[in-house]
Design a protein around this ligand. Structure first.
Ligand code: BES
Ligand code: MN
Ligand code: MN
Length: 444
């Protein structure tokens, strides 16, 4: 492998600040799409198109026809999350830098570095005898609405024997994984209004309602310190993992104490204490507050009673919850919990249903074999706490969706100093290269 050249090329891709949620980066998202399209053309795809290019385009590619060979649909995303807080990065997020065998950049692990592996793997072992299709989107970090709509209009895009999604991590160093569930997501803004306009806190303080205070109380009622979420009906459809599955989790290389000390790096874990940490991360819904806006947050001091306050929140959903149902439940809970004198409203920004995949199809054996040969251990089945909105739709054509990845648990996705270990990068190219090769030889 020409590692110098490959690293240079990945750095070019990572240098493009393709932040999909921020319209200021629309041109950068397009540039990242162009980068992917250029690679696909170079790899001999005869059909490379930008689909739904009204927003960040979905890059579609069709590899050379191999009659009689299986069809593999490869999914990934070229968009990234915003890089802030910028001053916490050791080197800037869009100036990829290798330190200590790790490549630091926004998108290094999520997901540009993995898309890179999937593409470069095509040349790793000579041309694979597989009919390759590519769907590389630019809105995953923003809810994938465009790709959703596209797949609803053109479901034949997912016609394949196997779908491969590499947007996740090993469960621990040297422990590759294949994921059986992803959590869903319900992202919303909750706004409370308490008066016509802001008020002087001396003239009115003591007698006028305060929007921030009301919002804080409302949020505090929605989730209590014991970790319980107080949204009527929310837990009703949650399907508990089987005793067998819970037992297999106990054998995974995961220690709650180490998770707290090395990964969370806080003083304590929170949540529903009656459940193991893995069950809380993988099989229970969450409610998180992402940010609170309104009132006065500028330099200095201002004595004001804010009339309006907004919180960005989200819930993670688990099998068998449904996004549409949870949206209704959250809206109803807010109506019920907000006092009469407060006008509370909720706006839904994006979301996803949870995904469940069976890992029994022979293609999973092929991936297991590829990992076994390259890294010395096969894939362990696990669940994921994160979400990839379009996964249920990718499986709608009936093909098994393989959820895997070459990241590591400490890659700091969405956070400052995101990284990808350079060894994972080379192994990733080899693993997917071998996967393509074995898939071409497999009878399914
Ligand atoms: N690659 C992640 C999803 C992921 C992370 C799966 C960790 C498993 C473990 C993906 O890019 C992501 O961050 N998705 C968003 C989706 C959302 C913005 C709709 C997420 O999970 O927050
Ligand atoms: Mn991702
Ligand atoms: Mn992500």
């Amino acid at each position: 492998m020409d590692t110098d050249r490959l690293l240079r090329e990945l750095k070019d891709f990572l240098r493009i600040p393709s932040v999909s949620t921020n319209p200021l980066h629309n041109a950068d998202c397009r540039a990242a799409a162009e980068w992917v399209a250029g690679e696909l053309r170079r790899l001999g795809c005869h059909e490379v198109q930008f689909l739904a290019s009204g927003t960040h385009p979905v890059v579609w590619g069709v590899g050379p026809e191999v009659p009689g060979a299986p069809t593999l649909l490869v999914y990934g995303h070229y968009d990234v999350q915003p890089p802030d807080p910028l001053d916490e990065w050791t080197t800037p997020p869009f100036e990829p830098t290798v330190r200590d065998g790790k490549l630091f950049a926004r998108g290094a692990a999520d997901d540009k570095g993995q898309v890179f592996c999937l593409l470069k793997a095509i040349e790793a072992n000579g041309r694979p005898r597989v009919n390759l299709r590519f769907l590389i989107e630019g809105e995953e970090e923003y809810g994938s609405r465009v790709l959703f709509d596209l797949l609803r209009r053109e479901p034949e895009r997912t016609r394949a024997d196997v779908v491969l999604v590499a947007d996740m991590a090993y469960i621990a160093p040297r422990w590759p994984a294949v994921y059986t569930t992803l959590r869903g997501l319900c992202y919303a803004e909750i706004t409370v209004r308490t008066a016509k306009s802001d008020l002087h806190s001396g003239e009115f303080g003591g007698a006028a309602p305060n929007a921030h205070e009301e919002l804080a109380r409302l949020l505090g009622r929605l989730k209590t310190p014991d970790g319980k979420i107080h949204i009527p009906g929310l837990y009703a459809s949650v399907k508990r993992p089987s005793q067998l599955e819970l037992a297999t989790w106990k054998r995974l290389p995961f220690k709650e104490g180490e998770f707290l000390k090395h990964r969370v790096q806080a003083k304590a874990l929170t949540g529903l204490k009656a459940y193991s940490v893995l069950e809380r991360l993988w099989a229970l819904p969450t409610f998180e507050i992402h940010g609170i806006m309104g009132g006065f947050t500028g330099e200095g001091a201002k004595t004001v009673i804010p009339a309006e306050a907004t919180a960005k929140v989200s819930l993670r959903l688990v099998p068998n919850q449904r996004l549409k149902v949870v949206e209704r439940q959250l809206a109803a809970a807010i109506r019920r919990l907000a006092p009469k004198h407060v006008h509370a409203s909720v706006k839904f920004l994006h979301g996803a249903d949870p995904a469940t995949v069976k890992v029994t199809h022979p293609a999973f054996k092929v991936l297991d074999q590829a990992f076994r040969e390259v890294v010395g251990r096969g894939t362990v089945p696990a669940r994921a706490g994160g979400s990839i909105p379009v996964v249920p739709a990718l499986g709608r054509g009936g093909a098994p969706v393989i959820l895997t990845g070459i990241g590591l648990p400490d890659d700091r996705l969405h956070a400052p100093n995101e990284k990808l270990d350079v060894k994972q990068l080379w192994d990733g190219i080899r693993v997917f290269g071998r996967f393509y090769e074995l898939l071409g030889a497999a009878r399914m």
